[in-house]
Design a protein around this ligand. Structure first.
Ligand SMILES: Cc1ncc(COP(=O)(O)O)c(C=O)c1O
Length: 355
């Protein structure tokens, strides 16, 4: 699927929205630029989100918008970014952007970063003197791990690179800098002929893919690493957990050994870009029967029906762009299953209460 050098193929991008949201206004795509001496370019000081908007019978619908924007605000808080933007403003900005794009489906990318005050430039690591900037862009994005991946699955490897340690770079913040680690994982995988790499945490337990959370099926139970395995608290991960609950499939957060992947009945990735993608081999060891397993298929089917607006979601998960503003906010995203199923206490990851 990928060329050996990994350079020639990227995710299909049939359209890019020609305007970008900036501080409540829309600017032309070509005007959304930063100075090369901006803090973010040198020191990685950005936080961002990736959100999908799906085509439904009622027009475009953004999947779990408020939860994504809440995670953006949480990431900003962790990095002490004191900014003026509110959950509602950013949600409204994303909705308005999709309207302006006239796209029926797209990927939405909000980003908040340390910029440069050209009148009073500051070049040191200390981020505080630098102004913050916030933008939202959108484009039509194809299947992240390839068109066939959703049905046939992908071949992956365990990376030689570990995921970030909790006290070096917090994996629970979606910061631009974290993705230097992701790039090492991804490049190594591509250059060795795999679609994706799975990183272990600093203790050697399974963490996540370079841009996805991971689930495995053992018997009738679905297992996924806890937040303490240095994972991003994925919103698709949370959706999978809630879908499993609804389908009556037992699901547990557990630390997972690398070898457990080799003997799993099924494995799949979850993520906004990758959606739910089955894994058919790990380190060239076939997973289960080597394709999409029955439990993965059940969860995937329910997920896609929900995103298309064809099945009732466990919460208020879709923001229909052509309808009135979304009003409810806490849609049940906790980022972690209750602590009784985890081996050690987890940080809870809650959306803000309704305004
Ligand atoms: C490192 C990493 N883990 C997990 C995920 C999945 O998170 P989500 O389901 O919120 O997109 C992503 C994607 O954003 C990611 O980049």
């Amino acid at each position: 699927m990928f060329s050996k050098d990994g350079k020639t193929k990227d995710v299909a991008t049939p359209r890019i929205c020609d305007v970008v949201w900036h501080n409540g206004e829309f600017i032309k795509w070509g005007d959304a630029r930063v100075h090369v001496m901006s803090h973010v370019l040198h020191y990685g000081s950005s936080v961002f989100e990736g959100i999908r908007c799906y085509s439904t019978k009622k027009g475009p619908a953004i999947f779990r918008l408020r939860e994504h924007i809440q995670r953006l605000l949480n990431s900003a808080k962790i990095y002490r970014m004191e900014h003026p933007w509110t959950l509602d403003q950013l949600c409204d900005g994303a909705v308005e952007l999709v309207k302006q794009s006239e796209m029926d489906q797209c990927y939405i990318r909000p980003i908040l970063f340390r910029s440069l005050d050209e009148a009073k430039p500051a070049f040191g690591v200390n981020p505080f003197p630098n102004p913050l900037a916030c933008y939202i862009g959108a484009w039509d994005w194809g299947k992240y791990l390839g068109d066939e991946a959703i049905e046939r699955g992908v071949d992956v490897c365990v990376s030689t690179w570990n995921r970030l340690t909790p006290n070096s770079m917090p994996a629970m913040a979606k910061s631009g800098a974290n993705y230097m680690n992701s790039q090492l994982i991804k490049m190594e995988a591509l250059l060795n002929g795999f679609a994706e790499g799975i990183a272990l945490d600093d203790r050697g337990y399974v963490s996540e893919g370079s841009g996805e959370n991971i689930f495995m099926v053992a018997g009738d139970t679905v297992l996924t690493p806890p937040l303490s395995s240095s994972i991003l608290p994925g919103i698709t991960r949370d959706s999978v957990i809630q879908i499993c609950d609804e389908l009556g499939i037992p699901v547990k957060e557990r630390t997972i050994q690398r070898a457990a992947l080799y003997v799993a009945d099924e494995i799949f990735f979850s993520g906004t870009a990758a959606e739910i993608t089955p894994i058919r081999s790990v380190d060239r060891i076939t997973v289960g029967s080597g394709g999409r397993g029955p439990i993965t298929e059940k969860i995937q089917k329910a997920f896609f029906e929900i995103t298309k607006g064809e099945r009732k979601a466990p919460g208020n998960w879709l923001t229909y762009v052509n309808e009135a503003k979304q009003s409810s906010s806490n849609n049940g995203f906790a980022g972690s299953i209750d602590s009784s199923t985890t081996e050690q206490p987890e940080l809870s990851y809650q959306t803000a209460p309704s305004e």
